[in-house]
Write a protein that binds this ligand. Structure first.
Ligand code: GLA
Length: 735
């Protein structure tokens, strides 16, 4: 490890900025005419001698830098660190700023820089943090418009020992008149034609089909990977990776780009005429326009760049560790998460105290640690068309009320959890009857409804306060150990009664409002385990992890589809954040029948829970469930906090395999799954990873002993599965 002094340096002679630790190096250079150029990001460089200067060439129709007559130096092709509209850089700009006269022309030049110990805190935004000043340094490079006092600060944080760079941008308007920010990306990354990154991996999907891995060649022209739904979305997650076409799970270069934000996002990739790649990422400029008065500043959310020279697994592990250790917070950050049963798929809205007590009694017998009361306990909620916004208990639905069920659960020795959907309003609600103007809508225009509900205008403080007050009164009167914070629709009708002409600010102000309310509640109720949810995985992102320790991965609990969803999710997010439940068979989303073993083995690949009517289990199923829970308790630490490896992709073939290794490499858990059976099956094999080469491991079920190196080189055959949808979970301990 380098000493902290060496993390960031600026060489006055070459005018090169260097951010380096033992894993990575990031290089930039102030070129002629004070243009800031990108040189390199990747594997750590032992020493950079400033010899790789960007070639000069006079290209037809590529203009010159204003006030520089050198026709061979043009922003049209130069790898820049941060661009704007104009200056004859015709590629995708990172920023567009409109001035009062209508012009969007700026000319950004290097102005100054500072290097700070540690990492400055951002207000009101989720972020990566530090525990001690010594663990990171931050470089702030200020670009300034050549004519006006408009400053763009580029922030780069490097930690002493992580293969990550945290980037964000802050614009300061000191021009004496308001400006309109039409676009402000959190990062730009320009690559020359080195062939290093020619494919992009994204995580598209849909509700009940989240984060499906898609890997595509980056071809000429522009490609946009984005969400316009007001959330990070089921449809296109806020994470991408760029890789070489030969990169595998274990070899080759990969850069993960993870947006620490839960609203609209866009990653724009553009390959230019000479095969250079530009990546611009941040808040989606679609429906975004922010008025910035003179004397004010605007800070973007952060982007996490995670680098690996050893394939995608390493990139994911770097990412997982950062999210777990320096983004997640709170009492549960490193705590084993309780095994819960949730009544949603068991009863939906149709429950009574008797029914819930019976589930709790059974849960206790089986060793389950928490009971979660899902939707339907408040207002007059018997279906999904009413009562959102009425966060007081449904009088008469439960015999002794909410407190009665919470007390009953606690008396049985279980913890009690509750479902909420704070950002929403039903037309059929007391809140709406009192405050019909609280939802996002343009006055005089009927807003779009979705699941019979509307979005509250959380950009307004008085709206948030009404909800906060109601939530606090529940949290203060009922003993609650866990909250599931749901959000069941996309945003539409982005219009706030409070914003006058500045309606381009609604989407972002909404997100800031949500974050503010979450921050208030997690600060005042630190004992609670908070789980994020948005119809399953619609807001599964690096921003939410700052507030909520875990998230419901998908409303799809089908074990086979879950193999893919969890596999895809693992590319960007740690297992400790990914909840996974065993549900009934046939599955409610797909109608597929799978064994209780298969459902359990898959759900044990995340934070395990149950979501079915436990009172309907046969004695044999109870026996299996009891064993699963006992087993998971033993594996839980390794699964939730170990190193995760993807071994065989269910997106590519008929098998899925992944494993977890404890940090001291003493324990490992291997999951093997085969999707469809065949009368003439191939013999599938798997090679393990992350073990200690010379150690001896014993597999618990068979008692077989192996050297770590044997498991990682020779490997194992899959069991001789019979039938569709078969799985096995193997548990290795070092002796
Ligand atoms: C969403 C959640 C489900 C459940 C329902 C309740 O769809 O993802 O788990 O809580 O809402 O309405």
């Amino acid at each position: 490890m380098r000493s902290k002094k060496n993390l960031i340096s600026f060489d006055k002679k070459s005018r090169v900025f260097e951010l380096t630790n033992s894993e990575i190096t990031y290089l930039m250079k102030i070129e002629e005419s004070e243009v800031l150029a990108h040189i390199y990001f990747g594997k750590c460089v032992a020493g950079y001698g400033d010899k790789k200067n960007y070639p000069r060439r006079d290209r037809g129709f590529s203009g010159d830098v204003p006030l520089n007559a050198d026709r061979s130096f043009s922003k049209d092709t130069l790898p820049q660190e941060y661009s704007t509209n104009g200056e004859m850089d015709f590629r995708t700009p990172a920023s567009i700023i409109r001035r009062r006269n209508g012009s969007t022309l700026l000319d950004l030049r290097f102005d100054s820089y500072s290097i700070q110990q540690g990492k400055p805190r951002l207000t009101g935004l989720p972020q990566a943090y530090i525990l001690a000043e010594e663990e990171a340094e931050t470089l702030i490079i200020t670009l300034k418009d050549r004519e006006l006092a408009i400053y763009i600060d580029l922030l780069y944080t490097i930690y002493t020992d992580r293969a990550v760079i945290i980037r964000s941008v802050n614009v300061r308007n000191e021009s004496g008149e308001p400006i309109q920010i039409e676009k402000l990306a959190s990062l730009q990354l320009d690559f020359t034609n080195s062939g290093r990154f020619n494919e992009v991996i994204a995580l598209p999907g849909a509700h009940v089909q989240e984060r499906q891995i898609s890997r595509q060649a980056i071809t000429s022209g522009r490609k946009v990977i984005e969400s316009r739904r007001g959330t990070s979305s089921h449809h296109m997650n806020s994470f991408i990776a760029v890789v070489d076409k030969h990169t595998t799970e274990f070899t080759g270069e990969a850069i993960g780009i993870n947006f620490v934000y839960s609203g609209n996002h866009a990653f724009e990739l553009e390959k230019d005429a000479i095969d250079q790649l530009r990546i611009v990422g941040g808040i989606n400029s679609h429906l975004f326009s922010w008025k910035l008065a003179s004397g004010k500043s605007f800070q973007t959310p952060e982007m996490i760049l995670s680098y690996s020279a050893q394939g995608l697994n390493k990139m994911s592990q770097v990412n997982h560790r950062l999210l777990r250790e320096r983004v997640a917070r709170g009492r549960f950050q490193y705590k084993e998460r309780p095994i819960l049963v949730n009544n949603w798929e068991a009863t939906y809205f149709d429950f009574t105290s008797e029914k819930l007590h019976a589930i709790v009694d059974e849960a206790k017998e089986l060793g389950i640690e928490m009971f979660v009361l899902d939707d339907g306990w408040f207002g007059k909620r018997d279906s999904d068309n009413s009562s959102l916004g009425d966060w007081f208990e449904y009088q008469g639905k439960l015999k002794n009320g909410l407190k009665g069920i919470a007390d009953y659960v606690h008396q049985q020795g279980l913890q009690f959890g509750l479902w909420l959907e704070p950002e929403m309003i039903s037309i059929d609600s007391e809140l709406y009857r009192k405050h019909p103007d609280y939802l996002m809508q343009e006055p005089g225009r009927t807003p779009s409804s979705s699941r019979d509900q509307h979005v509250l205008d959380f950009s307004r403080e008085e709206v948030r306060q009404v909800i906060e007050k109601q939530l606090r009164s529940i949290l203060d009167t009922v003993e609650i150990d866990y909250i599931k914070w749901d959000m069941n629709r996309s945003l539409s009708d982005p219009f706030s009664a409070a914003l006058g002409e500045n309606q381009g600010e609604v989407m972002h102000r909404y997100m800031l409002g949500v974050y503010e309310l979450m921050e208030h509640l997690i600060a005042d109720y630190p004992e609670i385990l908070w789980e994020g949810c948005s119809g399953g995985g619609g807001r599964f992102d690096a921003g939410l992890i700052y507030y909520m320790s875990q998230s419901w991965t998908s409303d799809n609990t089908d074990a086979v589809e879950r193999m893919r969803i969890q596999y895809g999710t693992s590319l960007a997010y740690p297992v400790s954040a990914m909840t996974a439940h065993v549900s009934a068979s046939p599955n409610h989303q797909t109608g597929r029948e799978t064994s209780l073993k298969t459902r359990g083995d898959v759900a044990m690949g995340g934070v395990l829970g149950y979501e079915l009517d436990l009172t309907q289990l046969t004695e044999e199923e109870k026996r299996i469930t009891r064993l699963q829970i006992e087993h998971y308790r033993q594996l839980r630490q390794t699964v939730q906090y170990g190193e995760f490896y993807r071994l065989s992709s269910p997106f590519e073939g008929n098998t899925a395999a992944w494993m977890f290794v404890s940090p001291n490499k003493e324990e490992a858990v291997l999951f093997l799954g085969r999707i469809l059976a065949s009368a003439q099956p191939v013999f599938n094999e798997v090679r393990l990873a992350g073990l200690e080469e010379s150690a001896v491991y014993v597999e618990k079920k068979t008692g077989n002993k192996f050297s770590g190196s044997e498991l990682m080189t020779v490997g194992l055959y899959y069991p001789d599965f019979y039938g569709d949808f078969q799985t096995e979970l193997l548990y290795f301990t070092k002796i």
